[in-house]
Design a protein around this ligand. Structure first.
Ligand code: NAG
Ligand code: NAG
Ligand code: NAG
Ligand code: NAG
Ligand code: NAG
Ligand code: CU
Length: 183
């Protein structure tokens, strides 16, 4: 009995470690771990989009991870589906989205193979659209909980003072904004 359960768990672990092409997608530091140490549950951080893409991405500290709301208009017609991520670095003062660097990826999983949303712990922490779905546009109003994002700065999944970036279907960075603590 005990042995067969262990065998089953082992087999399940093997299956979930691999993408459909057989590539191991677990990060070098393992799978992302749920965040249960946010210091202030309910604390709100906001990325304010005021260009063609307009609106707010809100990140609220939850008991486990972060509750995000994507509430934007102006995603350009015909250019979707749109991706959205937490990128490592804040937006340079000139607004150049290239300056935000790559995705927040503290477990060192890297971009490829593509994230499969059915196993979100095996995705880059910052790959929010990979985990929770792309946006069709031209507007979006989407709320989801990401267990692996942190609003505790000592956690690997810390998202504060980084950037939220939207990409079009060609992966071009069409809009970006700093994620800062709401006043
Ligand atoms: C976060 O979202 C979950 C549902 O996904 C909800 O139960 C929880 O109350 C929310 N937490 C906060 C702080 O809003
Ligand atoms: C983003 O925040 C950084 C500081 O973290 C600041 O230097 C930069 O000017 C801000 N970018 C924009 C576009 O406001
Ligand atoms: C944006 O920043 C990147 C480097 O981060 C640079 O290569 C590129 O030339 C910049 N683009 C503009 C329009 O300034
Ligand atoms: C994602 O994982 C699920 C469950 O393992 C699998 O059925 C599905 O085919 C995968 N999707 C892709 C695009 O690989
Ligand atoms: C999203 O929903 C909120 C609350 O219902 C509403 O105030 C907001 O205008 C909606 N945004 C969009 C882009 O539809
Ligand atoms: Cu991105």
């Amino acid at each position: 009995m005990h042995v067969s359960i262990v065998t089953l768990l082992g087999a399940a672990a093997l299956v979930t470690c691999q993408g459909t092409n057989g590539t191991v997608v677990t990060g070098k530091l393992g799978d992302a771990r749920p965040v249960t140490n946010n210091p202030v549950v309910g604390e709100v951080w906001v990325a304010n989009f005021a260009g063609t893409v307009k609106g707010l991405v809100t990140a609220k500290a939850a008991a486990i991870g972060v509750n995000y709301t994507i509430d934007v208009t102006g995603l350009p017609a015909g250019k979707g589906p749109f991706k959205y991520h937490v990128h490592l670095d804040p937006v340079p003062s000139d607004g150049n989205c290239t300056g935000t660097g790559g995705h927040l990826d503290p477990y060192q999983r890297e971009d490829l193979p593509a994230c499969n949303g059915s196993t979100p712990a095996k995705c880059e922490v910052g790959d929010l659209s990979g985990k929770y779905g792309t946006l069709a546009g031209p507007s979006a109003n989407k709320t989801f909980n990401d267990p692996y994002s942190a609003l505790n700065r000592i956690d690997l999944g810390w998202i504060g003072n980084r950037a939220i970036v939207f990409h079009d279907a060609s992966s071009a960075r069409i809009a970006c904004a700093n994620l800062t603590k709401a006043a």
